[in-house]
Write a protein that binds this ligand. Structure first.
Ligand code: HEC
Length: 163
């Protein structure tokens, strides 16, 4: 046990070194210019959630390739049950969406529904149906992005003086 623990900690130590080396590069992206790369314009949790959704969908692709339908079901369920950002952020986002608030919420709702459907279908193990359901899920992500992503980024990440 002790030696396993040691291996783990030394492994962690080296990971930390690697992370320290990589982080400055990651933050040297376009957002660094705003000086607020860390807080994502007050919608940090929302942004984190999006990155997580992206990771879940990537794992779904892997799971499909491995024909591991249980894994697909788990990842889809995680999307269907993804946490909502804190109240404060939701209010900021709703203020941004303004008269398109209902539309924004509808896209969110569609993602939850499509992910829940994918999870159910994956549990039955029909690969072709799983792929169709996954395409429907990806389409719901795409629809919201097509309608909101640019404006959202403009509003929260670039247009610092406007509010
Ligand atoms: C209700 C609208 C909405 C839905 C639904 C939605 N997104 Fe997003 N997503 C956004 C907005 C707005 C942004 C831009 C904000 C940002 O990048 O932080 C974004 C950004 C992203 C990003 C980019 C993050 C980055 O680092 O640039 C990823 C990845 C992402 N979404 C994945 C997904 C996936 C996968 C789904 C579906 C399972 C999904 N989103 C559904 C609104 C949505």
């Amino acid at each position: 046990m002790i030696s396993a623990f040691k291996t783990l900690t030394s492994h962690r130590g080296s990971l930390a070194v690697v992370a320290a080396a990589i982080l400055p590069l990651t933050f040297a992206g376009p957002l660094a210019a705003s000086g607020e790369e860390d807080d994502h314009g007050g919608v940090h949790e929302f942004h984190e959630t999006m990155e997580e959704l992206g990771e879940h969908t990537q794992r779904i692709v892997s799971a499909i390739n491995h024909e591991n339908w249980e894994w697909v079901a788990r990842e889809a369920e995680a999307i269907a049950e993804h946490p909502r950002p804190p109240m404060e952020e939701r209010q900021r986002i709703m203020a941004f969406a303004a008269e398109r608030k209902a539309e924004f919420q509808e896209y969110d709702h569609e993602v939850h529904a499509a992910a829940a459907e994918l999870s159910d279908i994956a549990a039955k193990g029909d690969g072709r149906e799983v792929i169709n359901a996954f395409a429907r899920l990806q389409t719901t992500c795409l629809d919201c992005h097509a309608n909101f992503r640019d404006d959202f980024r403009q509003h929260f990440y670039m247009d610092k003086d406007a509010h």
